[in-house]
Design a binder for this molecule. Structure first.
Ligand code: 6PG
Length: 248
């Protein structure tokens, strides 16, 4: 619970920082340009409680009209499937907040042809998210989980998406799960202003120690790919996930 509370307050601070940066920029240019706060949501189970806490904030604490929600990754299943990350966010967050539907950018038509869904998602993000010419869209904050196999988003060890350098989102075949996923790519994640791993529990201790201290081997340890080019990397952790691991 305390990790979810900490992550909620951290995210609210990130949004307040985004506003401050706009005001500072306006002081320079004399013109206030408001850009949406783009939040990439993690799937899986860890972030559920965080999403519930965000939904329980007093109305107005977060101006959802100024937030665009996207998914860091999605299972290739229809949105009403229990496996769907969209479904998990719908249940724990979307159903409880007043956010314009057009601000919610889920993966289009998941559950069919994964490559078509990924291409449609890639195009949607390029069209809707702020970006400079020819650059990756600038996500304000990416929330990431991490598996005990050191995967993040749907960048699993030994899978093709690890090497993707051009697309914002791709389909990724995951033999270990005998499934296809749609995932943001490492360069898309690394173009973000803030990237935060939200990791809880002793089962993740070894994976976290690998990310912090093992030699760089992204094929084996995809979470090691996450190094924002011009942004900050955060680890939002509980004691169980840290264990006795020395800080990086
Ligand atoms: C997913 C996630 C995945 C998840 C990790 C951790 O679609 O499952 O994007 O990367 O964040 O597997 O999952 P838990 O939070 O359930 O441990």
């Amino acid at each position: 619970e305390s990790l979810a509370v900490y992550a909620r307050d951290w995210l609210v601070r990130c949004m307040e920082q985004h506003r401050r940066e706009e005001i500072e920029a306006a002081a320079e240019t004399g013109e206030l340009v408001r850009t949406p706060f783009v939040l990439a949501l993690a799937g899986g189970s860890t972030p559920k409680r965080l999403y519930q806490l965000l939904a329980e904030l007093p109305v107005g604490k977060i101006d959802w009209q100024q937030v665009i929600l996207i998914w860091g990754d999605e299972r290739n299943v229809p949105v009403d499937d229990p496996q769907s990350n969209y479904q998990m966010v719908q249940e724990n967050l979307l159903a409880h907040i007043d956010i314009p539907q057009e601000n919610v950018l889920g993966v289009p038509t998941p559950g069919g042809n994964p490559k078509k869904a990924a291409a449609a998602y890639d195009q949607l993000l390029r069209e809707r998210l702020p970006s400079k010419d020819g650059e990756f869209p600038r996500i304000s904050c990416v929330l990431l989980g991490m598996g005990d196999d050191v995967h993040t988003a749907s960048l699993f060890p030994g899978t093709a998406a690890i090497h993707e350098s051009k697309s914002v989102a791709v389909a990724n075949q995951v033999p270990k799960l005998d499934t296809w996923r749609i995932t943001l790519t490492a360069p898309a994640l690394n173009a973000a202003r803030n990237v935060a791993f939200l990791i809880s529990g002793a089962a993740k201790q070894e994976a976290l120690a690998i990310v912090w201290h093992a030699p760089h081997d992204p094929d084996l340890y995809p979470s090691q790919l996450i190094r924002p080019t011009n942004g900050q990397l955060w680890f939002l952790l509980d004691e169980e996930a840290i264990g006795n691991t020395p800080l990086p």
